[in-house]
Ligand binder design. Structure first.
Ligand code: DQA
Length: 156
């Protein structure tokens, strides 16, 4: 099925957070920091706004819900910032969904996954992402949105 024409500017970008990120702030703060998901969402909305974009922030613990959100982005969003969390390392299906929508994708991880356990070193999503940011904590989301804004400017 061919992709539809690109949506006009003013259409939001999708910020998608995967499993267990609803527990940010409580969950292993030494690894993931003290910011809550609400703090991260606020940072994303403010950064997007500073670049003339609007961030639609979502989180789910369910692979299929994340995949449905990616499918929805095909017509409803201009680009995707995603922290696939644990699904980074396991989900061919999420990777395939991101490849199918043909939107710019920036992958974010709060922690530096390459300094951690070996099973975290490979992300299925990285091969379909324009850019991967990891190890910058919550600031990585601001970096990701700033970069996505640049990609959209270069390729509206
Ligand atoms: C994470 C890293 C993943 O390995 C882990 O499963 C997460 C969070 C990060 O943001 O650092 O849940 O994506």
């Amino acid at each position: 099925m061919p992709n539809p024409p690109a949506p006009p500017p003013g259409v939001p970008v999708l910020v998608l957070n995967g499993p267990n990120l609803d527990l940010l702030g409580l969950r292993e703060p030494a690894v993931y920091g003290k910011d809550t998901l609400a703090d991260v969402d606020e940072l994303c909305r403010a950064t997007a706004e500073a670049h003339g974009l609007r961030a639609d922030c979502r989180q789910s613990n369910h692979e299929g819900v994340l995949i449905d959100a990616v499918h929805e982005a095909r017509t409803a969003h201009r680009g995707i910032v995603i922290n696939p969390a644990g699904y980074s390392h396991t989900s061919v299906a999420l990777r395939d969904a991101l490849a199918a929508v043909e939107l710019p994708v920036v992958e974010v991880h709060l922690s530096n996954i390459h300094r951690r356990e070996a099973f975290r070193h490979h992300s299925y999503v990285s091969a379909v992402a324009e850019t991967v940011i990891c190890g910058a904590g919550a600031h990585g989301y601001a970096m990701a949105l700033t970069h996505l804004a640049r990609l959209l400017e270069e390729n509206p």
